[in-house]
Design a protein around this ligand. Sequence first.
Ligand SMILES: Nc1ncnc2c1ncn2[C@@H]1O[C@H](COP(=O)(O)OP(=O)(O)OP(=O)(O)O)[C@@H](O)[C@H]1O
Length: 213
Amino acid sequence: MVEAERGLRLEGVAIALGGQRLVALDTLIRPGETLTVMGPSGSGKSTLLAAITGTLAPAFTLSGRVRLDGVDITHMPTEARRVGILFQDELLFPHLSVGGNLAFGLRPHVRGRAERRARIEEALEAIGLAGFFDRDPATLSGGQRARVALMRMLLSEPCALLLDEAFSKLDATLRGQIRELVFDTARDQGLPVLQVTHDISDAEAAQGRQHLL
Ligand SMILES: Nc1ncnc2c1ncn2[C@@H]1O[C@H](COP(=O)(O)OP(=O)(O)OP(=O)(O)O)[C@@H](O)[C@H]1O
């Protein structure tokens, strides 16, 4: 039996807008590896990530294939893709507690109130926020919110991680800490990472390949 290829493969991916090619990429990001895509504003970085999450606006046309662990996900519904994404605004739900936000990440196979609660308590402990279950996200510091957003994404058991300027709103010290947490976690879990950023220090911290648009 031939083993399925592991990692995130962009196979001749090209995205056009109004008949003009905007962005093209052909690469394999292996488990635990990070590819950093850099380019000027408007060069199509967020659009590239949208093609991978399945949220491309109708104005764009996509050609090529996106494969994740050997599975062609090019036309799969977003929620079926097992792709996690972090944005510069961590987008926690303001009407839910910290625990409620993490519960949103849990996959449906984690069943039963008690088991779900236990998984969330464990996750809070892992990010140094034990006892924060009932807290309102608005009362958290930027670094705490970033850790909750990362954990919510990890609880969804993604097979690849996308970073869209994920560290750009954090101050310098926090930026270094959260970045280290994200890249260490991705390496430990063997997740392929595609990050887009303006910031060369994000690219350096990833210790991976770089691609300029
Ligand atoms: N929904 C849309 N409909 C039409 N054009 C769009 C849409 N979204 C983005 N664009 C255009 O597509 C191009 C690429 O946008 P994109 O957001 O991918 O760039 P970017 O490289 O991520 O920029 P930035 O670094 O400023 O975030 C831009 O010219 C933008 O104006």
